[in-house]
Design a protein around this ligand. Structure first.
Ligand code: F0G
Length: 394
């Protein structure tokens, strides 16, 4: 483990920040082409553990995560005049990319001899941690912002048997609280500040190359606590260092207008300032003080990428567009990547004909209420005897 600021190195151990300067930690590999043979890996089953030589954990707790579909979106590509693929992380076991982090993180909890896991969450992290903890026979405590998580995610945390603590405050407050309780030595903190989580999530990059056989021009994804953009960038950098790819993509992060500290920093070339009262319909990314902001901004600058924000209306329009043009149903936060793509095309930041992979991070069924409310007027109520007539006139 290495501090991204002061570069202090640590042996593998359950710590979350640099003990010297409080910086974020990263797992560093001394990589050589002899350690990993992509041809050999490709003969294995298509899931995250295909890349086991590059993952610093033993596969102890798994639900067959990763190996998610990369859809070529012909209808939207034609409409938007770019070459669009969607990597649908909603196809993971608990319906979000968090499962990639949790198979590694919960395996690590067991390796470190912990018996309780914890996290703060806007929903998906808690659903995933609860599932993997159940499978690993660990107790799990999740801290959520009261009333501000989608119903499907809450249902998952509950059915998987986690102790669900709803706090009066937002995600940022919940994260502060779990930091305090994770000082207890039986407890392992599995928010994305935990660098092992990112070691699982970086495989999104590996898989994109694995399926396309080349690197796309750009990756677009929603940014909340800023772990995933950092993880995916790390994955591409590692494949580059291993000589597997000869080009890296532009990392493009999308936040909601009401929760955009990283976009503010990027666009105004200013110091990082947290957002005190984050607000958006995309509750998954309703985060004002993303813990990994520094890693995320590094990823954006190093990759010559971009950061943009979108309104709730743009998010909901993009959610409908992706569903109706491509048959892919994603939760609002995930639709932010498509909304961001459209905005950046209109602003001229994205060139026509660019090859783009949008990461859709969570399944639409996680948040049914948003859709049920918005589209309830589309239901046609008729008496049985009137159905035939109605269809004739359609
Ligand atoms: N998309 C979805 C569906 C998410 O659940 C999250 C984060 C993100 C995007 C943003 O990813 O935090 O790595 O930048 N959800 C967290 C949670 C915060 O608690 O489930 P990030």
């Amino acid at each position: 483990m290495k501090c991204i600021d002061c570069k202090e190195e640590y042996e593998e151990q359950p710590i979350y920040r640099c003990e010297k300067c409080n910086g974020l930690l990263e797992i560093e590999f001394k990589l050589s082409a002899d350690d990993f043979d992509i041809k050999k890996a490709r003969k294995r089953r298509f899931n995250l553990w295909r890349y086991k030589e590059l993952i610093p954990a033993k596969k102890i707790v798994s639900l067959n995560e990763g190996g998610t579909p990369l859809y070529e979106c012909k209808n939207l590509s034609e409409e938007l005049k770019v070459k669009l693929f969607v990597k649908n992380e909603g196809a993971n076991p608990t319906g979000s990319f968090k499962d990639r982090g949790m198979t590694v993180g919960v395996s690590k909890a067991i390796e470190f001899g912990k018996n309780i896991t914890t996290c703060a969450s806007t929903g998906n992290t808690s659903a995933s941690l609860a599932a993997y903890s159940a499978r690993g026979n660990l107790k799990c405590i999740v801290m959520i912002p009261s009333g501000k998580i989608a119903y499907g995610k809450l249902a998952q945390a509950l059915i998987f048997g986690a102790k669900v603590i709803a706090i009066d405050g937002n995600f940022d407050k919940a994260l502060e609280t779990v930091f305090k309780i994770s000082k207890n030595e039986n407890i392992y903190l599995l928010n994305s500040i935990n660098p092992y989580r990112l070691e699982g999530q970086k495989t999104i990059a590996y898989e994109i190359f694995d399926e396309l056989n080349h690197t796309p021009d750009r990756i677009i994804l929603p940014v909340g606590n800023a772990g995933n953009i950092s993880a995916i960038w790390k994955g591409f950098k590692e494949f580059y260092e291993l000589g597997i790819i000869d080009k890296k993509p532009k990392m493009t992060g999308i936040q909601a207008d009401g929760a955009k500290p990283i976009v503010n920093m990027f666009k105004n070339k200013k110091e990082y300032v947290p957002e005190k009262n984050p607000e958006t319909i995309a509750t998954a990314i309703r985060i004002g003080n993303p813990v990994s902001w520094k890693k995320a901004i590094n990823a954006i600058y190093e990759s010559d990428g971009y950061a943009e924000s979108v309104t709730d209306e743009e998010i909901l329009n993009a959610q409908r567009l992706l569903a109706r043009k491509e048959g892919i149903f994603v939760e609002p936060a995930s639709a932010a990547s498509i909304a961001g793509l459209i905005k950046l095309i209109n602003e001229g930041i994205i060139d026509k004909n660019e090859e783009i992979v949008c990461i859709t991070t969570g399944n639409g069924l996680k948040d049914p209420n948003v859709v049920a409310d918005l589209y309830k007027n589309e239901i046609i109520y008729v008496k049985e005897e009137d159905v035939e007539n109605l269809i004739k006139n359609m």
